[in-house]
Write a protein that binds this ligand. Structure first.
Ligand code: PA5
Length: 376
């Protein structure tokens, strides 16, 4: 269980009402997902992963936002070694980046996992076009199609239609689970299994928090209280460089879930002790509009002393410091943490009076880009 260094008194009635609302929401499919994921579901993922591992040295995972950050976070943190390298594409529109990714693949055998719930997002669509062409050049059209794994809607969307037409292996993003809550669906499970992450243990960790969500809910309430008192920025601090992408996943989860109707807390992150030598000054002594949430992973003795020193120094510097103690640095611990943040995020978004599961603000940039592209 994720332990807390704080214990706010919360309105229990309100908390259970919010939890009921989240569960009943049409996009609340993630709430019971860990318990509903069966051995057969996981076996299916393992079989597809084995097929990829048999003929590929690289898996190019194409996706953005919730179709990207979760599996990258866990793979980067746990550094599993299955012999297949997962390389990420389609999370920007930079040609420079794309050329670099192609260079990294080099002569190695590769397959593609294209992940897009809507099947229409521009960044992954463009990257898929590029890498699909490379795949066909290298293997011929028929074998290229056998090397494409499409994770998308079960029934609709451009990617779905293409996958059916060209006979790609298909995996489904459940209808009732949005992108940033989808890491424990095939969206994240396939790339993680290919990389060598123990996905069964990850799900069992998530199930543990699902069965004991009290701390997640308390932390959600605490965020709302601090946010309402004028602390408008939350800085997630970890002391393990390999968890940088986990911080990115958390920021996307909170940013897209809460930042609506001019509400929410701005999610930022640091990795110590690296950032003690850059942002440390601001944290200690800058504008007091922020609080810090330390994600305390089990670590070595010296690094643990850094955690203690930072906590004391920052409390003295008048920063509210919340500490979350993660029980283990492995799949089970990260499974617990994933569900913890999902539940906390949905809870605090509800308290802020916004819908945790939509992202209307993302459309504004997309529309502007469409206009510019139409001008060409
Ligand atoms: O959390 C979300 O819903 C978003 O971040 C999406 O995951 C992201 O925009 C990608 O969408 P899609 O999977 O439809 O390509």
């Amino acid at each position: 269980m994720i332990d807390l260094n704080f214990n706010p008194r919360i309105d229990e009635e309100k908390a259970s009402k919010i939890m009921e609302e989240i569960k009943a929401d049409p996009m609340g499919g993630w709430v019971e997902l860990p318990a509903k994921t069966t051995e057969e579901d996981l076996q299916k993922i393992h079989e597809i992963a084995d097929k990829i591992k048999e003929n590929s040295e690289v898996l190019v995972c194409i996706g953005i936002g919730g179709s990207y950050l979760g599996h990258r976070a866990i793979i980067e943190a746990l550094r599993p070694k299955s012999g297949v390298e997962v390389i990420y594409a389609g999370n920007s529109l930079s040609q420079r980046e794309q050329d670099y990714i192609w260079e990294q693949i080099g002569d190695r055998d590769f397959s593609i996992n294209v992940i897009s719930k809507s099947g229409t997002t521009l960044e992954p669509a463009k990257a898929f076009e590029f890498f699909k062409a490379k795949l066909a050049e290298r293997y011929g059209v028929a074998e290229a199609a056998r090397r494409v794994y499409a994770t998308t809607d079960a029934e609709k969307g451009l990617l779905h239609d293409e996958a059916v037409r060209d006979g790609y292996t298909r995996l489904t993003v459940p209808d009732n689970i949005g992108g940033r809550y989808s890491v424990l669906t095939p969206v994240g499970l396939l790339p993680m299994a290919v990389a060598g992450v123990d996905i069964d243990a990850l799900i069992s960790g998530a199930k543990e928090t699902m069965e004991n969500p009290e701390h997640a809910v308390k932390y959600g309430f605490m965020r709302y209280v601090l946010g309402s008192k004028g602390y408008d920025t939350e800085v997630f601090a970890s002391f393990e460089p390999c968890t940088m992408y986990f911080n990115e996943w958390i920021k996307q989860l909170f940013g897209e879930s809460e930042g609506k109707n001019h509400q929410g807390v701005f999610p930022a992150s640091v990795v110590y002790s690296t950032d003690l030598h850059s942002l440390g000054q601001f944290m200690q002594d800058g504008r007091r509009n922020l609080w810090e949430t330390i994600i305390n992973y089990p670590t070595d003795e010296l690094n643990a002393k850094v955690v203690k020193a930072v906590l004391t120094a920052h409390v003295t510097g008048r920063i509210p410091v919340l500490k979350l103690d993660v029980p283990s640095f492995d799949e089970k611990g990260f499974g617990e943490l994933i569900y913890f943040f999902e539940m906390a995020c949905a809870t605090s978004a509800k308290l802020f009076g916004v819908n945790p599961f939509d992202q209307p603000g993302v459309e504004a940039y997309k529309n502007e880009l469409k206009k510019l592209m139409a001008e060409e």
